[in-house]
Write a protein that binds this ligand. Structure first.
Ligand code: HEM
Length: 148
């Protein structure tokens, strides 16, 4: 699919979305969140959008994990290590359309399906976290789907 380079801005601007519960981090702990993101990145590296991700997967997974630790109620590791997340801006170098977003969500969802047993993800907060990822990922889309 040729990329015209034209940036797409989702209508409505940054989504108003309920952040995930901050009780998630205390239940899981940092090591489980890092492990969960390693597994998400492993699936991403075998997915239709594998080309977007660096070969050196684990450091990339850990950078994302640092963000999720803070988001889920832990210390603001991402901000401490890398500064302001500005996630839409940080995703702009990667052309992301709706199909790419669906593929990203599929990988995360697959890991979340086993997250209660595997990483002590609190079951009662799973739906809220999925909903957050679903809505917020829409804001990372920066290319319109090709009409062809
Ligand atoms: C719409 C689907 C998405 C795609 C295709 C996508 C893809 C990517 C890619 C290619 C990178 C850079 C490679 C790397 O270093 O990991 C990245 C980085 C990252 N993504 Fe996403 N992403 C998506 C959605 C999200 C969402 C919804 C979040 C947070 C809730 C998120 C959080 C991050 C973080 C924290 C980083 C590291 C940023 C940095 O380089 O400092 N991504 N993502």
């Amino acid at each position: 699919m040729p990329d015209t380079g034209e940036i797409y801005v989702p209508p409505g601007g940054p989504p108003q979305v309920t952040p995930p519960s901050r009780d998630i981090y205390p239940a899981m702990g940092e090591a489980n969140i890092f492990k969960m993101l390693e597994d998400v990145y492993l699936l991403l590296s075998q997915s239709k959008i594998a080309h977007m991700f660096p070969e050196d997967l684990i450091p990339a997974a850990h950078k994302s994990a640092a963000f999720f630790v803070g988001l889920l109620g832990g210390p603001p590791l991402y901000q401490q290590r890398y500064g302001s997340p500005m996630l839409r801006a940080r995703h702009l170098p990667f052309p992301i359309n709706e199909a790419d977003r669906q593929e990203w969500l599929r990988c995360f969802d697959e890991v979340l399906a086993r997250a209660v047993d595997k990483y002590a993800f609190p079951a009662e907060h799973l739906a809220g976290f999925r909903e957050f990822l679903h809505v917020f990922s829409g804001w990372m889309v920066n290319r319109e789907m090709s009409k062809e």
